[in-house]
Write a protein that binds this ligand. Sequence first.
Ligand SMILES: Cc1cc2nc3c(=O)[nH]c(=O)nc-3n(C[C@H](O)[C@H](O)[C@H](O)COP(=O)(O)O)c2cc1C
Length: 225
Amino acid sequence: MHVTAHPSILYFGTPVALLSTVNEDGSANLAPMSSVFWLGWRCFLGLQGSSKTTENMRRTKQLVINLPSPAQVSAVDRLARTTGSNPIPQDKIDRGYHFVKDKFAIAGLTAAPSETVLAPRVAECPVQLEAVLDHEHGYDTDGPLAGFIAVLEARITRVHVEKSILMDGHANRIDPDKWRPLIMSFQEFYGLGPKIHASKLGEIPEEMYRTPDFEQANSSLLNAI
Ligand SMILES: Cc1cc2nc3c(=O)[nH]c(=O)nc-3n(C[C@H](O)[C@H](O)[C@H](O)COP(=O)(O)O)c2cc1C
């Protein structure tokens, strides 16, 4: 039986990402987020317009999208309710946020240099995606939330993955039986269970999903192999 419900948030569960960006003084900022979805070698990130991450992305057009697994959950939680914005936006003061200059230090995470962008990677994360900001989209453009949320379209320029999540015998395929994302659902942390059913979609070769973004990011590397 279904009932009509009025939940204040509709946070049904998505993988957590740690976004690293560069501050105006050249230092790094790091922010947990989870409103992200993937389309080809691009992703769409939903971020508060007032976040330091959004400000840094708009200014530098660069970032790294680091994907933690459950092993990094305490580090992610240490970053919760922190912001690199000073002064702290009022809505974040109301929700108990505090300013932190060195997010890597407070999280106990290690910054590693990237290859195509200035923002650093998070060494501990099994997946690190270097990216550029390609477009910004509207959100409730003629309504009260205009400006409050930014929808940022990032194009991936380099993919780094921990070897242990690659499919046996494949240099370029991530094994979904080995990759365990960290999930946030209704503000709580979860892992992902094992595969539960054979997949008809899974029979399609992954190469059939390549887009010109894939070629653009990889052509020089593929030629070098
Ligand atoms: C697990 C987790 C997921 C979050 N997801 C989002 C999100 O999808 N979008 C967003 O704007 N903020 C999200 N937040 C809150 C941001 O971390 C927060 O806005 C933070 O102040 C951003 O840091 P910055 O201001 O230094 O950029 C999330 C926080 C946590 C802990």
